[in-house]
Design a protein around this ligand. Structure first.
Ligand SMILES: Cc1cc2nc3c(=O)[nH]c(=O)nc-3n(C[C@H](O)[C@H](O)[C@H](O)COP(=O)(O)OP(=O)(O)OC[C@H]3O[C@@H](n4cnc5c(N)ncnc54)[C@H](O)[C@@H]3O)c2cc1C
Length: 468
């Protein structure tokens, strides 16, 4: 591509924007990445202090697509990738006020104390329940009640939904938030049958089911990935720079931004927005056809506090061997769940200590997330005393408050996705990618970014000389 081509603007320095900028730059497309804060990574945030390595956003990346593996390699990070300890595979769900290991096999399912005989029987009957194929959108709660029964919803799915979305199962749309689950019923008439028969199809697409996908991090935590991509991007990254307005011209886009008290307007060939939905709604848009970004302000992001605590190993009765524990609402605890971070990776706590990453708030208790740190630590310790037999005071504590943590793919979310597609169709050269569009996980965001690069490249090739 010739050097007088105007650069592409990428808005947002989270993992999506960094992935897009990195690959476009690698393919010879000039880019400028605008990031409002003084750091890259967005929701990815690692802290090394006092011998602890804490994660306040995601703890691991789920490797559900080869595109994720390729990004790690292309960023030169294959050597720094760390897989969790093989012994840390166990996942716990709280029932009867204590963590019970989730069954890992069909035999384990029959013998587990996690579910009553009635719930197990309801699950066994799932393949024989009539499939609903009327296309009507349904909450994950209604879907699970209908196919697996009430107990499975209250004691398993509710906890899972809190662990993934910090969300409310009565509001989350199964079609939007768990599309693969909805597709199993639509395509195979049953989740269980689909899980078995759909394996071959997934393999053909190069996909790995979320429950089987490997998880990984890096030697110095997840922040290594955004930091490395930023270093590779060099001078293309503008930190502390908030994009305020996009203006479409016949040749491309004018991007207004604000940095150090100064406003700037820069010409770009195209724009990819990789920020958050609530910030997208604040962005001015002057497109050739009248379009508005305001509706994206209706996307709900509940607040979450990440409370990372260190303890002496001898002060915790539970082995904490495993990934962590999920807590259903019916159990009456205030924390949503806990990741056994130092069981996953060896350098998360000093010798003789362990690190527990806890989440407070979400749709379940939004008012708790904004409590002062000391109160959050108290709330968390009170639950951990009962659940894990924790004694004494934490040897490490640090909390991060996310006032708007994770977008809820609630009933009706499809209208936001349809609007993004409509705007992309009408405002040529403006693209959307990231956690608010293609799935909320880090892996989903990377794949969304890679797919965004493909769409952008097609557009640039089509407009050719015009985008100058
Ligand atoms: C507490 C928590 C725990 C999580 N746990 C997991 C987990 O265990 N596993 C998992 O896979 N995922 C997890 N996630 C989700 C995952 O981390 C995110 O969905 C993913 O990192 C989103 O990446 P992104 O680049 O799309 O957006 P973000 O990381 O939100 O980045 C968007 C960036 O855009 C910038 N921006 C926005 N507007 C503008 C503007 N106008 N101008 C300039 N910059 C702008 C923002 O400052 C931000 O840096 C978690 C998230 C949170 C909050």
């Amino acid at each position: 591509m010739s050097s007088n081509v105007k650069p592409v603007a990428i808005i947002g320095g989270g993992i999506t924007g960094l992935t897009v900028a990195f690959y476009l730059q690698q393919r010879g497309v000039p880019v400028v990445l605008y990031e409002a804060t003084d750091r890259v990574g967005g929701a990815i945030q690692s802290l090394a202090r006092d011998g602890y390595l804490a994660e306040f956003g995601p703890n691991t990346i789920l490797e559900t697509s080869p595109k994720i593996t390729t990004l790690v390699k292309d960023a030169g990070l294959a050597e720094r990738r760390r897989d969790p300890d093989a012994k840390a595979g166990a996942r716990y769900v709280v029932r009867y006020q204590r963590p019970i290991e989730m069954p890992g096999s069909p035999l384990g399912f029959f013998t587990t104390k996690l579910f009553t005989l009635a719930a197990k029987w309801a699950v066994l009957r799932e393949p024989f329940r009539p499939a609903r194929r009327d296309g009507v959108e349904e909450s994950i709660a209604d879907f699970v009640r209908r196919r697996l029964g009430r107990e499975f919803l209250d004691h398993a799915i509710d906890a899972l939904v809190a662990g993934i979305y910090a969300g409310d199962p009565e509001k989350l749309s199964v079609q939007q938030a768990f599309p693969k689950l909805a597709a199993l019923e639509a395509n195979y008439g049953s989740m269980i049958k689909g899980q078995i028969l759909g394996g071959r199809e997934r393999k053909r697409r190069g996909e790995i089911a979320k429950d089987r996908a490997p998880k990984f991090s890096f030697d110095d935590g997840l922040q290594v990935l955004p930091d490395t991509l930023r270093a590779r991007l060099g001078g293309a990254v503008r930190l502390n720079t908030t994009v305020t307005k996009l203006t479409q011209t016949v040749k491309g886009w004018l991007v207004d931004s604000y940095a150090n008290g100064q406003e700037r307007r820069v010409e770009h060939s195209a724009v990819l927005y990789a920020g958050t939905a609530f910030k997208l709604a604040e962005l001015g848009l002057a497109s050739l056809q009248p379009l508005s970004l305001k509706p994206f302000g209706d996307i709900r992001y509940p607040p979450v506090a990440s409370v990372v605590l260190g303890f002496r190993r001898k002060d915790v009765a539970h082995s904490c061997n495993g990934f962590g524990m999920l807590i259903p609402r019916v159990e009456g605890f205030k924390i949503l769940g806990t990741i056994f971070s130092s069981s996953l990776f060896p350098n998360r706590a000093p010798a003789g200590h362990l690190t527990l990453t806890n989440y407070v708030g979400g749709e379940r208790y939004p008012e708790l997330a904004a409590k002062p740190v000391e109160e959050l630590v108290e709330i968390t310790c009170a639950d951990l005393r009962v659940l894990l037999g924790v004694k004494g005071k934490p040897t490490f504590q640090h909390s991060v408050y996310w006032p708007k943590a994770i977008p809820q793919y609630n009933l009706g979310y499809g209208r936001f996705r349809a609007l993004m597609t409509e705007i992309e169709g009408k405002a040529a050269g403006l693209f959307f990618a990231g956690h608010y569009r293609d799935g909320i996980s880090v892996g989903d965001s990377i794949v969304s970014g890679v797919n965004g690069v493909e769409r952008m490249e097609k557009y640039l090739a089509a407009v050719g000389g015009r985008a100058r």
